[in-house]
Design a protein around this ligand. Structure first.
Ligand code: NDP
Length: 281
């Protein structure tokens, strides 16, 4: 008898119609012959509690949370994984074997999975642009991985300062600076990361006003669309090795699947599916 009941996963967000994660997740499910679906669900803040109750009642394996629910969802879960607790945000809720619901944050973990083949973050000086959710997740995972110095640079320094202070107990040194025009990179930085939304489609020709790229620097961008940003072009022109945000997005999606289904999905299949969406917006 065929099985007409798929296992369910998905994403709660508002707006959600333009979130392409579904394409790479379902590509992985098909590739690995998993009878599982990933469904985008438009959920307003007032309906979040009911949406989570609904996911639990319908036997979901878990779900992603995107804006604006990454912090509010914490009140509806039974506990947090260690890095999600430090970050203070959840992008992946996971049903546990005992029925409890655990909040994970895979954004920073996905970034580090992209970074590690190029450089071990332990002992490095990282320049991190941004103080929003993506920057916070990356800063915490870098700290947990043994990065010794993080220079945080943000347009709004008031936002960067408390962000840095909150992370400080984890780190020997966190320096918080406002974004200036231009900002010259400290020459001893080995990793430089754009974790702001500058350069995101459709503003594809815009870059942070950064100078001082040196060939020993690994330069990364969190922007997945376009994968090759103006910021990465500047770094590549200076001889730096670069990392795009598509890799981070694919890796965090793959980690979500691991949490929900216990398998390590094929990242290349997922990346190809997502890249095809960005190539044909
Ligand atoms: P937030 O809104 O939380 O933060 C946005 C950040 O960008 C802030 O630091 C903000 O500075 C800065 N910023 C925005 N506009 C400008 C500007 N014109 N000049 C300088 N700084 C600016 O967003 P998130 O952290 O959630 O997301 C940031 C980016 O990361 C998005 O583009 C998103 O697509 C991407 N992302 C990628 C992921 C991936 O897997 N590849 C995962 C998650 C996010 P200020 O504080 O001064 O406003």
């Amino acid at each position: 008898m065929p099985d007409f009941l798929p296992a369910l996963t998905g994403c709660f967000a508002q707006p959600v119609a333009e979130n392409p994660t579904v394409v790479m997740m379902e590509a992985a499910f098909r590739h690995h012959n998993l009878h599982t679906r990933y469904i985008n669900m438009e959920v307003s803040p007032e309906n979040l509690a009911d949406a989570v109750r609904g996911a639990k009642a319908q036997g979901y394996l878990g779900f992603n949370c995107s804006l604006p629910h990454k912090i509010a969802v914490i009140d509806h879960l039974d506990g947090l994984a260690p890095s999600a607790a430090i970050i203070g945000a959840v992008n992946c809720a996971v049903r546990q074997p005992d029925g409890r619901w655990l909040g994970e944050n895979t954004d920073g973990k996905g970034f580090l999975e992209s970074l590690r083949p190029l450089i071990n973050p332990a002992g490095q000086h990282v320049v991190l642009f941004g103080a929003g959710g993506a920057a916070r997740a990356i800063a915490v995972e870098l700290a947990l991985a043994g990065t010794t110095r993080i220079t945080l640079i943000n347009r709004n320094p008031d936002r960067a300062a408390p962000h840095a202070a909150r992370r400080a107990p984890l780190l020997p040194e966190v320096v918080s600076l406002p974004l200036s025009h231009p900002t010259t990179l400290p020459p001893d930085a080995s990793i430089v990361i754009n974790a702001t939304s500058v350069g995101l489609f459709p503003d594809v020709s815009t870059s942070l006003p950064v100078t001082g790229f040196l060939p020993h620097m690994i330069v990364a961008d969190v922007i997945p669309n376009p994968p090759q940003t103006a910021f990465l072009n500047l770094a590549a022109a200076a001889g730096c090795r670069t990392l795009d945000g598509l890799g981070m997005l694919v890796n965090q999606g793959a980690l979500n699947i691991t949490y929900w289904l216990g398998i390590s999905p094929d990242r290349a299949i997922m990346r190809a599916a997502l890249a095809s969406v960005f190539a044909n917006p």
